[in-house]
Design a protein around this ligand. Structure first.
Ligand code: ADP
Ligand code: MG
Length: 160
């Protein structure tokens, strides 16, 4: 696990850009954090870094967005889902079990039992009610991304 602090949307965007430069196809990224933490902003910057040109918006109502960049990016938001059956209906497991491209999931904690074995967790915490300060924790769940998280930490801290 490693932690980054940001003080503005731009700084969080820059951090997501660094992740976008390093991330590998086949990775699932789960974004935890309350409403307004910066999950969607993070995904926007990540997707643009991966060559997505159109709008990147929270798929709160349509549940999943697909973007075309240098690879395909599947963007889920589980906030409005009520049952595990709905999750199955939108094809969640097909996308997350052996992911092609990159899968990003907002509100993964709604369905902790349904998450894949391996993923990168990005937890964004707002430090104070009206604050722009964010604490962002990166961790690897499962064995697959352990090395990657170490490389990412080094890249974020040193630029190489
Ligand atoms: P979420 O998807 O987690 O609900 P959004 O990304 O939609 O949140 O919104 C985050 C909001 O917080 C944006 O309006 C953004 O400008 C603002 N913000 C302020 N400071 C930061 C920061 N350090 N990092 C990310 N967003 C920030
Ligand atoms: Mg959002």
């Amino acid at each position: 696990m490693f932690t980054c602090m940001t003080s503005s949307p731009e700084e969080t965007g820059h951090l997501a850009e660094l992740v976008g430069q390093k991330i590998r196809e086949g990775t699932v990224l789960c974004l935890e954090g309350d409403l307004g933490a910066g999950k969607t902003l993070f995904v926007q910057s990540l997707a643009h870094t991966l060559g997505v040109e159109g709008d990147v918006t929270s798929p709160t109502f349509n549940l999943m967005n697909v973007y075309e960049g240098i690879c395909r990016i599947y963007h889920f938001d589980l906030y409005r889902l009520e049952t595990e059956e709905e999750l199955e209906d939108i094809g969640f497991y097909e996308y997350t079990e052996e992911p092609e491209g990159i899968v990003v999931i907002e509100w993964p904690n709604k369905f902790p039992e349904s998450l894949p074995e391996d993923y990168i967790e990005v937890r964004i915490r707002k430090l104070g009610e009206n604050s722009n300060e964010r604490q962002i924790d990166f961790s690897s769940i499962g064995a697959k991304n352990q090395e990657f998280i170490k490389e990412l930490e080094e890249f974020v801290n040193t630029g190489h």
